[in-house]
Structure formats: C-alpha cells, structure tokens
Ligand binder design. Sequence first.
Ligand code: ATR
Length: 279
Amino acid sequence: MKKLFAVIGDPIAHSMSPSMHNDLFYYYGIDAHYHALHVKRGDLKRAVDGLRAINISGFNVTVPHKIEILSLLDRVDPLAKAIGAVNTVVNEDGQLVGYNTDGEGSVKGIMNKIPDLHNQNILIIGAGGAAKAIYFTLSSIGVKNIDVTNRTREKAEALVAECPYKVNSQIWTRNDVEERLGEYDIIVQTTSIGMEPDIECQPISLHNLKENSFVSDIIYNPLETKLLRFAKEKGAHTQNGIDMFVLQGALSFKKWTGIFPDQTRMEKMVLKQLGGQEC
Ligand code: ATR
C-alpha cells in the first residue's frame, strides 16, 4: 500500500516540502505521497491521534507546533529533547519518535563548505528557536567557541545556560559584537531580519568583518539578504538559507527511507518554487 507522509503547520499552504519530497519519492521509485496538512493551534492533539489512527509513516512539524508536539510523541531523540523542538517524526513500528533536523541541516550546510569546525570561532546572531537548534547542534559536535548576540540579552543568556553540551560562550551586545567582528571565522544569522518584505534591514553592521570569513544566513527569501550582500562585498564567503532548508528535508527523508537524497536535485526543485512564488 502507498505510504503516507505529511507536514503539519499553520499556515501551511505555501510549504515547499510537499513538492520536494514527492519529487524524491518519484525519483527513487518509492510508492509514497507527502501531503501538506493544515493543523490549527489547539488542534494538534486531535491531529496527531488521527495520524496515528491511519498509521502515517512519518511527518514534518512546522510553526506553531514544533514545541507542543514533544508531549504527544512516544519517544524523543536526546538532541531534539534538549533543543525542545521537533520538526521530524518517524513511525518506528507503531511508535511515533521525534527528531530535530533543523540544527543538523544548518550545521551540515556549513560543513559542506568548512568540513572541520572544531577550531572555528563562531558567532550566532539571534536567540530564538532556530538559534537554539543551531547552537545546541554545534555544541554537540564540539567547537572551540560560540558567542551569541541578541536584541534581548536575557534570551541569549537562557539559551547558553540551557545547553547540555559544554562549549565556550560569551554574550555580546550589538555594539560590542560589531567592534570585535574581526575575531570570528563563522557568523550564523538566525533572526527574521532581512526577510521579505523588510529586505533593507540587517541585524548588525559588518564593517569590521574579517576577509575570508564565512557568513551563513538562514533566510532564503530573498536569496541574498542585505547582510549577505555586504558580507560578499567585504570579501567573505556566504551561504543563504536554501542549504539549511534542503538539508533538514534531506535528513528527514533519510530517517524515513534510509536514502540520503540528491541535494542538487532538491535545490533545483526549491529554487523553481521560489521563482514561481516571486512571479
Ligand atoms: P525562530 O523560531 O524562527 O528562531 P523566534 O523564536 O521568534 O523565531 O526568534 C526570533 C529571533 O529573531 C529572536 O532572536 C529575536 O530577538 P528577541 O529575542 O530580542 O526577540 C530576533 N528578532 C526578531 N525580530 C527582530 C528585530 N526587529 N530586531 C532584532 N531582533 C529581532
């Protein structure tokens, strides 16, 4: 029988995940289908009961359900539990098991460009859900130093304090971090600043950026944020959010099917959809 997969969230209509995963099922000859399911806040428990009843093979979880879903699952992977958010659920012999591939997707994307992160001095901009997934995943693999800057200092302090993996970290104000920017090898931008429609905003000034540093922005719409444009002008290497999006999807696909899919094919599919949306 055809296997069933889905993404649940609110809003969900513009999710690019169904096209990406259905294309992969077709490409790898897997008899399965991936649906976008609109599940409103407050309806999550009923939705998960329904997904269990139909024996769904797996599903992605997106805003606003990534945190609440944890209490509805049979098991949660330790890293996802530490992050406190799940974006991928696998039906393992009738048990719904939760994982977080967001942080791993981002870190894998960076490692595609810089394979050894251990001696890198890293700065994360932001302290929300995405920052936490990335900070915890980076800490879990062991890196030299990860500093954080965030508009609300208390949130950055909480993020660092809650991390179960040992890592050197300092929290800086925007002004301080702009002064000492030349010390960082890698900068990861995790806030929504620079996203459509406010594309002329950027979270910090890159005036003191080190040449040849690496700047990664989790935003993919626009494909090049103002921050990345400036970083390029300063001689840095840049990466937009497509890699993270594609890789979190690739890691979900691997958990469901055992196949690590063709990243280039996925990228093409996503870019095609983004192009379509912009028209
Ligand atoms: P996500 O789960 O996508 O990471 P989030 O948890 O709401 O979203 O986190 C959003 C991040 O973007 C936070 O770091 C937030 O800063 P605060 O902790 O001070 O709220 C940051 N952010 C969003 N809009 C911002 C703005 N206009 N200026 C500065 N930081 C902003």
